[in-house]
Design a protein around this ligand. Sequence first.
Ligand SMILES: NC(=O)c1ccc[n+]([C@@H]2O[C@H](COP(=O)([O-])OP(=O)(O)OC[C@H]3O[C@@H](n4cnc5c(N)ncnc54)[C@H](OP(=O)(O)O)[C@@H]3O)[C@@H](O)[C@H]2O)c1
Length: 327
Amino acid sequence: MGKLQGMFAVYAASPQPDDPLAALTVGTRPDPTVPDGWVRVSVKAASLNMHDLWTLRGVGIKPDQFPMILGCDGAGVLDDGTEVVLHSVIGAPSWSGDETLDPKRTLLTERHQGTFADTVVVPARNALPKPEGLSFAEGACMGTAWLTAYRMLFVKSELRPGQTILVQGSSGGVATALIQLGRAAGFRVWATGRSEEKRALASELGAHATFESGARLPERVDGVFETVGKATWSHSMKSLKPGGVIVVSGSTSGPDANAELQRLFFLQLRVVGSTMGTRDELADLLKFCAITGVRPKIGTELPMRQAEEGFKAMLAGETAGKIVFTH
Ligand SMILES: NC(=O)c1ccc[n+]([C@@H]2O[C@H](COP(=O)([O-])OP(=O)(O)OC[C@H]3O[C@@H](n4cnc5c(N)ncnc54)[C@H](OP(=O)(O)O)[C@@H]3O)[C@@H](O)[C@H]2O)c1
């Protein structure tokens, strides 16, 4: 019997819709091969996203793709020593233009193996140089949660600095990114949070005012940023000025919200969907962080071998910014 080949990996063994942690496995997976035009990245840090819990539940991934290494963002080192931040949106080679609009695009962990491992392989264009001054742990927050927030705020919302935005949620990965980016860009930032502790975090990160979930606001806002869905949607619609915009990139509490159609047309509201971001937007986000000095709020940093602790915390809603696994 030869020595067992393979690398360390945190992976989803099979889809488990009702008990996602039952699918979570810390073990060994085959070493990846590197296709032409792709690069191997030695992973230094990767961060946890709600997407990883969806993957464990079998949402957004075909059953025949299991087992699947988790992790849809990361930072690491190429074989030639270059330090990189990863862009997780993998488009068809023939696609040009906005990768998020490519019908054949996938995120890492949907078809290609993810970053919670010794190494990950990605198309060469998906590995961007890591700016000096950004740690691997910080870089590992950029490719999914922070990129999503960047596109929502600066590409999709059509809002201007000086206007008032409401972020639904205070402690999540995308929510904290929205608060930090919005503040740094000159928006008046309001946030809702489910507990005093979470609202205090939002204030610490730059929110000008915070409110209990569902609370009546002192005045209506220009834009609302939604990842929560059913639990907050009506409040989001009621919080908007005439002509205001909701930018939505997630529905953690469920997708089947009351659409509030009468408000939508009488007040001429806009509802705009947003997903991830392009490679160019990630490059600009990295520059934004370098220029403004903004760094992602990392609430928990754990060795990747202890990934289960991070998953449990996210499942319980106990986040305080990004959960990062270092390796
Ligand atoms: N479309 C995309 O490209 C994209 C990219 C990234 C994320 N997402 C989606 O965005 C969502 C958030 O992802 P994440 O990684 O930021 O997750 P996360 O770190 O676990 O954050 C969850 C957030 O949702 C809030 N929340 C959850 N349930 C709630 C409820 N019942 N009532 C009020 N607030 C609630 C929490 O608010 P508190 O702070 O008050 O606890 C927290 O801010 C997920 O659904 C994810 O799939 C989509």
